[in-house]
Design a protein. Structure first.
Length: 127
């Protein structure tokens, strides 16, 4: 048995991950957030369709800034998850797998596209 004294870095704050790792991790996190958001929105839809009074109640709840922020966050998660998912589908077709550099470029492009779409949705919600 060989006793190697390798350095082990377990401090997550000092680990330098590539952009592809961050895009992948955020894709998973946004998927989980989207799953919970869909469940909440389906419940809100069910409540709003129950009666005219419950529709008014839901409408009043959704007028609060915290509710609007949650809706915005849900849309951000959905947008990012969709853009990163399309990136993964394109890579599954064999594009962007030639080198690490092409994967890095596609990761930055997906982040850029997601940021532009998030800015558009944010402007749409504010106006």
């Amino acid at each position: 048995m060989v006793d190697k004294k390798r350095p082990v870095n377990l401090d997550i704050g000092t680990i330098k991950l590539p952009i592809t790792a961050y895009v992948s991790i955020l894709h998973r996190v946004s998927g989980v957030a989207t799953l919970f958001a869909i469940a909440i929105f389906l419940w809100i839809l069910d409540q709003s369709l129950a009666s005219e009074q419950s529709f008014q109640d839901v409408s009043n709840i959704l007028s609060y800034p915290l509710a609007q922020f949650i809706i915005w966050g849900s849309l951000v998660a959905l947008i990012y998850h969709t853009v990163a998912g399309i990136r993964h589908l394109i890579m599954d077709l064999g594009f962007g797998e030639e080198s690490f550099n092409s994967g890095r470029i596609s990761a930055w492009v997906s982040v850029g596209v997601a940021l532009v779409l998030i800015a558009v949705v944010t402007g749409w919600i504010i106006l």
